[in-house]
Design a protein around this ligand. Structure first.
Ligand code: SF4
Ligand code: SF4
Length: 174
């Protein structure tokens, strides 16, 4: 979210949101020195798993394509830069090419959301993969529904790995 020229990154992130809306990650782990109470006071949902404090995704602060707590966002949000922004910052791709990748990902995500809604899965509080699992692992749904959704998610994950996730995935995943 930081390394490409700010105005370009801001434009692209406003069109994207994949690292905030639960499509790419399940959570943002808080770091030593971060104050969970202060973040909760901003309206962020904070949970604990073992000794780790984290913000589950979709993030409550992601509203209208923007981060509503941008100046106070957690450390891992500050340091995360997706592959597409890195390639743009390195002049490996143009802003137009980056935008096309984002729009392609968003189209695929919208299609998965349609499949989920058609299957009766409307829990927008859960991350995408968990919502998909709820359908694909439930034999009450017709095989064709489960297979179509699994295939769409698989293609989307492949795209995320190629163009957005970084290695290791550590910035926002336990
Ligand atoms: S995945 Fe990349 S382009 Fe999309 S919102 Fe996150 S940092 Fe911005
Ligand atoms: S705090 Fe802001 S940057 Fe971090 S996940 Fe939430 S919306 Fe995204």
């Amino acid at each position: 979210m930081d390394a490409a020229p700010p105005t370009v990154a801001a434009r692209l992130c406003a069109e994207c949101g994949l690292c905030c809306n639960g499509a790419m990650f399940h959570m943002v782990i808080l770091q030593p020195g971060e104050n969970p109470r202060a973040l909760a006071a901003l309206g962020l949902k904070i949970k604990r798993k073992h000794s780790l404090a984290y913000m589950p995704q979709p993030c409550r602060a992601h509203v209208g394509g923007c981060c509503t707590v941008y100046e106070q966002r957690p450390q891992r949000c500050r340091i995360f830069e997706c592959r597409t922004l890195t390639r743009l910052a390195n002049d490996e791709i143009t802003e137009t090419a980056a935008l096309e990748k984002i729009h392609d990902a968003r189209r695929r995500l919208a299609h998965i959301h349609e499949l989920l809604v058609r299957a009766g899965e409307t829990n927008a509080e859960h991350p995408l993969s968990k919502r998909c699992d709820a359908i694909t692992s439930d034999e009450a749904h017709p095989p064709a529904v489960r297979e179509t959704l699994a295939a769409a998610l698989g293609e989307f994950e492949t795209l995320l790995d190629a163009d957005f996730r970084i290695t290791p995935l550590a910035p926002t995943v336990i």
